[in-house]
Design a protein around this ligand. Structure first.
Ligand code: KIV
Ligand code: ZN
Length: 515
């Protein structure tokens, strides 16, 4: 008989951050970790401490600041990684070291270039080493779904004997079918001595679109920890979407008979925050958190829902934190109205933060007749960016001239950290190019623009434009976001956000010499 509580393990900050094109500052990771704490996940995998100084710093900071959940760091089965993981998490109230090693023949032979006995020894000695530091040790045989069953039993049995307290079975390449994966979990439960003394976990990737289905099938077969990422972020096609797993377990408790400790009312807010900070949009038809997830277009469905919500809704949108009404604010709205609307959207501001938000709101309301929830979210994101990404350079002014008989020309003024103001101008193939060229003439950090996207936050001619860009330098990608009712200002803000992030992550706090 296994426990009916499923441990929810969030790896947005580790496997999610491995998605191509995400590079977060420690401050941003901390902000996401704090929100995950509000969501009440049980474990936060805060990073892979040995992989880079930035990851180490983020894991260490989160360990010190986020006290309720268990904080895990990933480590390869090498002594240096295990030591570094411990160094990063040792201040956590509930630390966990998560060690992993490839277990399938294809990976052992071609990637590790070792034999299965050597891998088993490395796994056992690393679990033992981790155990000397910390009671809570997780072991993952990577590519477990393509691993020989007998070898998998041996590896799992040996690492349990070495002290592992959680055994995680990853479908690393998203290869398994739900019924096959469930059978593998059942067989592990039947054939590995000691398995009933540890938590059996699963970690599914989405290459065939089956990560959530596989996770739920594994729970039915007795797994009691599920790993995943908010919005299904992660390597390649992503990891199991944590909000879908949690709502699957909750909505179908009738057949699965298990529960989680997650406060599902925090799901919407967590999803929006992760999307905003990572610059990865949530597709409109995404389950649970997509813009259309609870929208009914057909007349028959609308009629049904108006008569009785459950006719066409299997979940209450408010149970996952969708704002309850679409109250619209305007320029006559006061501070109290703004505060209460922001609270409804999940933003609890102190008086100083409210003052700053109110100023920005008034400025927006002067330009826009109606300020919707989406506008408020865009406004709060802009404010968050100024806190999370240090303003090494600040944009003071941008002016652009363009037209069908003009050469697009931009003039910008930037303020450097020492307060020096520099103005420069440039032409470009278009107005955005001209703005970016003018900024480049001042900042002088060579980089390549790899993505430029502009979305409208709401409908209407006065809508806020939300710009997301990605720039690359030395193989690393940095995201930048900016929003404004003027799309050229939004584009300039997005570029400044990406450049400041690049400078902060690369550890460049001094400006390049300006001429
Ligand atoms: O997908 C995978 O196998 C992993 C492991 C490190 C757990 O992310
Ligand atoms: Zn993974």
């Amino acid at each position: 008989m296994v426990d009916d509580r499923v441990v929810i393990f969030d790896t947005t900050l580790r496997d999610g951050e491995q998605s191509a094109g995400i590079g977060l500052t420690t401050q941003e990771k901390l902000e996401i970790a704090r929100q995950l704490e509000k969501l009440q996940v049980d474990v936060i995998e805060a990073g892979f401490a040995a992989s880079s100084p930035g990851d180490f710093d983020a894991v260490k900071t989160i360990s010190a600041e986020v006290r309720t959940p268990t904080i895990a760091s990933l480590a390869r089965c090498v002594p240096g990684d295990v030591d570094r993981a411990w160094e990063a998490i040792k201040d956590a109230r509930h630390p966990r070291i998560h060690v992993f090693i490839s277990s399938s023949d294809v990976q052992i032979m071609n990637q590790l270039r070792k034999n299965p006995e050597e891998v088993l020894d490395m796994a056992v000695s690393s679990v033992e080493r981790a155990k000397r530091y910390c009671d809570d040790v997780e072991f993952s045989p990577m590519d477990a779904t393509r691993t020989d069953m007998e070898y998998l039993y041996q590896l799992v049995e040996a690492t349990i004997a070495a002290g592992a307290t959680t055994i995680n079975i990853p479908d690393t390449v998203g290869y398994a079918m739900p019924w096959e994966f469930a059978e593998r979990i059942s067989k592990i439960r039947q054939n590995v001595p000691g398995i009933d003394k540890v938590v059996l976990s699963v970690h599914c990737h989405n290459d065939l679109g089956l990560a959530v289905a596989n996770s739920l099938a594994a729970v039915e077969a007795g797994a009691r920890q599920v790993e995943g990422c908010i919005n299904g972020l992660g390597e390649r096609a992503g990891n199991a979407s944590l909000e879908e797993v949690v709502m699957g377990l909750k909505t179908r408790k009738d057949i699965l008979g298990v529960s989680t400790g997650v406060d599902t009312r925090q799901i919407y807010r967590t999803s929006r925050m992760v999307s905003d900070i990572t610059g990865f949009p949530v597709q409109a038809n995404k389950a649970i958190v997509g813009a259309n997830a609870f929208r009914h277009a057909s007349g028959i469905h609308q009629d049904g829902v108006l008569k009785e919500r459950t006719t066409f809704e299997i979940m209450d949108p408010q149970s996952v934190g969708w704002p309850s009404n679409a109250l619209v604010l305007g320029k006559l709205s006061g501070r109290a109205g703004l505060r209460s609307r922001l609270e409804e959207l999940g933003y609890k501001l102190n008086p100083d933060e409210l003052n700053v938000a109110f100023e920005a709101f008034k400025e927006l309301a002067d330009r826009k007749r109606e300020v919707s929830d989406a506008d408020l979210e865009a406004l709060m994101s802009s404010q968050r960016r100024t806190v999370d990404v240090p303003s090494i350079y600040e944009l003071e002014r941008v002016q652009v001239s363009s037209g069908n008989h003009e050469i697009p020309t931009a003039t910008v003024t930037l303020i450097a950290p020492d307060g020096t103001k520099t103005t420069d101008a440039a032409t470009g193939t278009g107005p955005v190019d001209a703005v970016y060229e003018a900024i480049n003439r001042i900042v002088k950090v060579p980089n390549k623009l790899t993505e430029f996207r502009i979305d409208s936050v709401t409908e209407g001619i006065d809508a806020i434009g939300d710009v997301t860009i990605r720039i690359q330098k030395d193989g690393n990608t940095y995201v930048g976001r900016g929003s404004d009712t003027d799309i050229l200002v939004a584009s300039a803000n997005a570029y400044m956000n990406a450049l400041n992030r690049l400078l902060a992550i690369e550890g460049v706090s001094e400006p390049a010499t300006t001429t």
